[in-house]
Design a protein around this ligand. Structure first.
Ligand SMILES: Cc1cc2nc3c(=O)[nH]c(=O)nc-3n(C[C@H](O)[C@H](O)[C@H](O)COP(=O)(O)O)c2cc1C
Length: 143
């Protein structure tokens, strides 16, 4: 069974819950989700992966978490050309600017954002978000 990485950062568990539901969808689609905290993997670990998912909440002032996820994504930008990447994350009060910037950044580096945009949710993911993540996981497994 081939693996699909789901690499995430989560401070209070909301984005982690999203990662887990995405993983359930990947399993349902017949692939093996490798759900990994960003601190446990180097960007080069994704170099040979054509399809993967990244999750991070909105932090700072509408930016990625700066200690781990930001440098990880900066490294990824060097080699994501042609890769299909799903994005997701939770936010608390903003207008999802962090996600729009993240999508644009990866697109500018030549990646395709699976589904056209990242999945976002206010605080804890509710049923509609979880269902969208499950479907996205199945879609990733079929790519
Ligand atoms: C230091 C810090 C900065 C944050 N900055 C933003 C922000 O700029 N915009 C926003 O919508 N939410 C912001 N949030 C709220 C988080 O995105 C929100 O609590 C989210 O659900 C956390 O996800 P997690 O449980 O995966 O860590 C911030 C939270 C913290 C702790």
């Amino acid at each position: 069974m081939s693996k699909i990485y789901v690499v995430y950062w989560s401070g209070t568990g909301n984005t982690k819950a999203m990662a887990e539901k995405l993983g359930e969808g990947i399993t349902a689609g017949g692939k093996d989700p490798e759900i990994t905290e960003v601190d446990r993997i180097k960007a080069e670990g994704l170099k040979d992966e054509p399809v993967f998912a990244l999750g991070c909440p909105s932090m700072g002032a509408e930016v990625l978490e700066e200690e781990s996820m930001e440098p990880f994504v900066a490294d990824l930008e060097q080699f994501v050309q042609g890769k299909k990447i799903a994005l997701f994350g939770s936010y608390g009060w903003g207008n999802c600017e962090w996600m729009r910037d993240w999508e644009e950044r990866l697109r500018n580096s030549g990646a395709e954002i699976v589904g056209g945009e990242g999945i976002t949710c206010l605080n804890e993911p509710e049923e509609d978000t979880l269902s969208a993540l499950y479907d996205l996981g199945k879609k990733l497994a079929e790519l």
